[in-house]
Design a protein around this ligand. Structure first.
Ligand code: ADP
Ligand code: ZN
Ligand code: ZN
Length: 820
């Protein structure tokens, strides 16, 4: 008799349960099942078959095993998928079920909802007298409702009686439970018009026109498109269909996000010598069957901005597709995928390229997922969670802008890094992993020098593209000392140099980008007389000024979204000089329009790009020359390639430099270099102006001199001395609670407990840098350890069990990128 270990979708059950497989069912690993659990049926995933063949598992069950009830779905996952999820769960110290939930699209496992059905064959009058009070109340309640009800609903309506009433009705056989079929998003269909006879006789001129348009389109068009293009009606089409000239049929229409507009096709470019060498090297790793020691090949493609990395990806992928395999392309942010995906679609056509990211609707995700399951060779472009895409037959994984922090999941748990998971996938699929960046992360640079990536031994090849395409020069970077501006009585947030550069840019009808660190950053409101600063009443941060409309001046918290109108006199001293300071995007926009009344500006930040088409729309407007200047935050650093941009300005580098975090230097260097890289990508040489109060800072120096290699070498040296990552490893335990005394004492006690072990060094417990968010007080404990001790680090479950207090929430972050 076959047995299967399954993961059930029930809150609180995080271990595998064993069931028997009845003879009439066939179960494979990864199948989605329905299994009995207690008195109900729940959704489950088959994780392991015949566990009793594996000696490590105890086969003496204290209870009788139950049968699997049904197989709901089969063949959803590639063969090694579950090993990768297991590795992820282990490494990030979280349960498998939580990892599964992070990996799978929503609603796939949503099966735990089951319904109660009354057995109507029973004679109601005969039943009634046999029931106790609770059972009678539930029985009458059920009979009053025509439809079947969920247990959840009954429990809500009859909190006192539901549990015991249902139990006794069930044991008497008066009711039964059944699983509600998952409400999967259904495939969508559209009408298409197919031309059957392209040369019919006796048609009116209008009808001939319709046939002509249809013929031009290759004999097939969607109904809605044909109606628009031919300016006709459904009735006219039906007339043609009744004559047998066209057919109206249904076609499944895939809801794949982003394919909303047309791109012109494009051919492979003739590679430069550097590009050709890189491609040759990648190609050899595609073809070599991997030897035993090196299970995968990781390649760092270190190319300056505009050096043609993307072209190398495109040509490598062409080889992979020819081999009948698929390519996974991971990118940091959807803000840059419109441009990148257009290049992929232009090269490979719409059918081959799919998108997967968190802004897709459930339906779109479901469709994309099904696309991947058919096993055909394809390209999937996606953000972080796409690293778990169930692509079969992977031939290459590309992780572009490898250094970008958005590849790290912050919450919910597990806090995985897409690069680490991609490394495992490349090992299991025996395919190369290409890490592309102009500013490689310390992890990958360390891996190149030590040949260890993400604590896994593997080969890491280094390929460089040191020059921009067409021998274009890197933009010249000018650093402006803002202290001098103050001394010269320039009170504006724009230095004289930046003002002159904008004037010049405008005169020459060129375009520019202004970078501001963070949305609304430091636009705090304070009193010029007494220094009073308005803080969020729920979080320990100052409120940001938002000019939302002409007559609404709002103060807003960027952590919890608390908002209040701006008070006019100072609440503390009544002074009328209660002003906002700093340089958020809105402030900069306002200052600009004062200084340059004719300058057209587009603001590009998370306030103006809420919906998924907004990014594309704003970038297209800018590219079409509808504005002179793009003003925005972090999103601007991510791969924008707009040839007309000649000027890049950084309003203030200081916000980036002054962070109490060991990674601050690395991050500041990467961000500034990336922003600078947006300039001069077209025919004209670019110009970059960085304003700062600390021009002597080593980060500023390294950015200005394009000396990242030396900067990162020194950075790694310093980290080696302190045993910081990537040399040593870290885990951050985060605790929070509404009760500040409670979380403090729990955090201190936990840190004392952890100090009794020798596998790590304990830093803290300490309050988090922002000690309160949304009325929850935050504490943290940092563990520093040798990578080989990761397996001893407590799991999330261990921590919850140790704390054993519902009022304190806990999370664990392995390899944290920020320690705030
Ligand atoms: P990166 O990804 O390194 O920023 P891209 O691949 O976007 O660089 O290349 C920068 C620009 O140069 C793009 O407009 C691209 O089309 C063009 N380009 C890339 N490779 C070549 C080549 N071999 N010949 C001509 N143009 C190229
Ligand atoms: Zn707040
Ligand atoms: Zn005041």
């Amino acid at each position: 008799m076959t047995q299967v270990q399954v993961l059930v979708d029930c809150v609180g059950i995080d271990r595998l349960l064993t069931y028997t497989v009845p003879d009439e069912l066939t179960v494979r690993v990864g199948d989605i099942l329905t299994v009995p659990f207690g008195e109900r049926y729940v959704g489950a995933i088959a994780i392991k078959l015949n566990p009793n063949l594996d000696n490590s598992i105890n086969t003496n069950y204290e209870y009788e095993l139950k049968n699997v009830y049904a197989v709901v779905n089969t063949g959803l996952f590639p063969p090694d998928y579950w090993q990768i999820l297991n590795l992820t769960a282990d490494y990030y110290r979280t349960s498998l079920i939580q990892t599964v939930k992070a990996a799978l699209p929503p609603k796939l496992l949503d099966q735990s909802r089951y319904r109660i059905r009354v057995n109507y064959d029973l004679n109601h009058d005969a039943v009634q007298p046999k029931l106790g009070k609770a059972a009678l109340i539930v029985w009458n309640f059920l009979r009053e409702h025509e439809k079947s009800l969920t247990r959840h609903y009954i429990t809500q309506k009859l909190p006192k009686y539901a549990a015991s009433g249902l139990r006794s009705l069930m044991s008497l056989g008066y009711i039964s439970t059944y699983l509600e079929p998952p409400t999967k998003p259904q495939p969508k269909f559209e009408n298409v018009i197919v031309l059957l006879n392209s040369d019919p006789e006796a048609l009116s001129n209008r009808q001939k026109e319709i046939i002509f348009i249809l013929n031009q389109a290759g004999g097939e068009l969607s109904q809605s498109e044909l109606i628009t293009q031919a300016k006709t009606t459904l009735a006219s089409l039906k007339t043609l269909a009744s004559k047998g000239i066209i057919a109206i049929t249904k076609r499944e229409c895939l809801r794949l996000g982003g394919k909303t507009h047309f791109v012109e096709s494009d051919r492979p470019k003739i590679l430069t010598t550097d590009q050709a060498n890189a491609l040759k090297s990648i190609q050899s790793s595609l073809n070599s069957s991997f030897n035993q020691e090196a299970q995968s090949i990781t390649i760092l493609l270190h190319g300056v901005t505009g050096s043609g990395k993307t072209e190398v990806y495109l040509q490598a992928i062409a080889i992979v597709l020819e081999q009948g395999k698929s390519a996974l392309v991971l990118v940091p942010e959807i803000g840059l995928t419109p441009q990148l995906t257009d290049r992929f679609r232009a090269r490979f056509g719409d059918r081959k390229v799919n998108l997967y990211h968190s802004k897709l609707s459930d339906g779109e995700r479901f469709d994309t997922w099904r696309q991947m399951l058919d096993g055909s060779s394809q390209i999937l472009i996606g953000t972080r969670s796409a690293v778990f895409a169930p692509l079969h037959n992977l031939g290459i994984i590309i992780l572009d802008e490898e250094h970008d922090p958005s590849f790290k999941q912050d919450q919910p748990q597990p806090c995985y890094h897409a690069r680490t998971v991609a490394e495992w996938r490349s090992q299991f699929s025996e395919c190369p992993l290409i890490l592309g960046s102009a500013t490689p992360s310390s992890e990958v640079l360390y891996a190149v020098s030590s040949q260890i990536l993400d604590k896994q031994s593997s080969e890491v090849k280094y390929l460089a593209l040191p020059e921009r395409i067409g021998n274009k020069q890197m933009p010249k970077i000018q650093v402006i000392d803002m202290r001098e501006e103050l001394k010269s009585a320039n009170w504006s947030i724009f230095s004289r140099e930046l003002q002159a550069a904008i004037t010049e840019m405008q005169a020459q009808k060129k375009q520019g980008i202004l970078f501001i660190h963070r949305r609304g950053y430091s636009t705090f409101v304070s009193c010029r007389s007494c220094g009073f600063v308005l803080n969020c009443p729920r979080c320990d941060v100052s409120l940001s000024y938002h000019h939302e409309s002409k007559d609404s001046e709002m103060l807003r918290c960027h952590y919890c979204n608390y908002a209040q109108p701006k008070p006019i006199p100072c609440p503390s001293c009544n002074s009328p000089y209660f002003k906002h300071f700093g340089s958020g995007t809105q402030k900069v926009e306002q200052e600009l329009s004062k200084l340059f009344p004719n300058l057209k500006i587009i603001r590009f930040d998370s306030d103006t790009t809420q919906n998924k088409h907004e990014h594309r729309h704003l970038i297209e407007k800018f590219q079409a020359g509808e504005a002179d200047l793009l003003v925005g935050t972090q999103m601007l650093t991510k791969g924008l390639d707009i040839p007309q941009v000649t000027l890049v300005g950084v309003i203030s580098a200081d916000g980036l430099l002054n962070f109490s975090d060991y990674r601050a230097g690395e991050r500041a260097f990467q961000t500034l270099t990336q922003v600078a890289g947006r300039a001069g990508r077209g025919a004209e040489i670019g110009e970059v102006i960085i304003q700062t109060y600390t021009p002597e800072h080593p980060v500023i120096q390294a950015v200005q001199n394009y000396d990242g290699d030396e900067f990162m070498r020194r950075e790694l040296e310093a980290r080696t001395e302190l045993n910081y990552p990537p040399i040593g490893q870290m885990a951050l335990i985060r605790l929070n609670s509404e009760n500040s005394n409670l979380v403090e004492s729990v955090a201190i006690a936990l840190s004392e407990h952890l100090r009794t072990k020798s596998a790590w060094e304990v830093l803290g417990a300490a309050p988090a840098m922002i000690t309160r968010v949304n009325n929850r007080y935050r504490w943290q404990i940092l563990l520093k350890f040798h990578p080989q001790n990761l397996i001893h680090v407590p799991t999330l479950e261990d921590l919850k069990a140790w704390i054993n207090n519902q009022a304190v929430r806990v999370a664990i972050d392995i390899d944290p990128l920020t320690i705030l």
